[in-house]
Design a protein around this ligand. Structure first.
Ligand SMILES: [Ca+2]
Length: 92
C-alpha cells in the first residue's frame, strides 16, 4: 500500500515541475510565481535575491535551501511547494 502512496507523491512532484515549466502555478486559489518565473537569469537555480521576490520563499529560505549551498534548485523548490500544499490541505 505504501508503495502506491509513494508513486502518487512522485507523480505529484513531476506534475508540479511540468506546471513550473509552463510558467504558471495555481495553488489553493492563490497565484504563486513558479520556479521559472523566479529564475530571472534562467540559471536553473534560484539565488537568494531571486527567492526574495516571493514572500513565502523569503520567509522559509533557510528551510528550502536543503543542502545549504546558497541556491535553490528545482528539486528543492518542488519539495517546498509540496510541503506548503500538504500544510494547506491539513489546515482544511
Ligand atoms: Ca540548495
Amino acid at each position: 500500500m505504501k508503495r502506491y502512496l509513494m508513486a502518487g507523491a512522485i507523480a505529484f512532484v513531476c506534475a508540479s515541475a511540468t506546471a513550473f515549466a509552463g510558467g504558471m502555478k495555481e495553488a489553493g486559489g492563490m497565484m504563486h510565481k513558479g520556479f521559472e518565473q523566479l529564475d530571472m537569469d534562467k540559471s536553473g537555480t534560484l539565488n537568494r535575491e531571486e527567492g526574495m521576490a516571493r514572500e513565502d520563499v523569503k520567509e522559509y529560505w533557510r528551510d528550502i535551501d536543503f543542502n545549504m549551498d546558497g541556491v535553490v534548485d528545482q528539486s528543492e523548490f518542488s519539495a517546498f511547494e509540496l510541503e506548503i500544499k500538504e500544510e494547506a490541505d491539513e489546515a482544511k
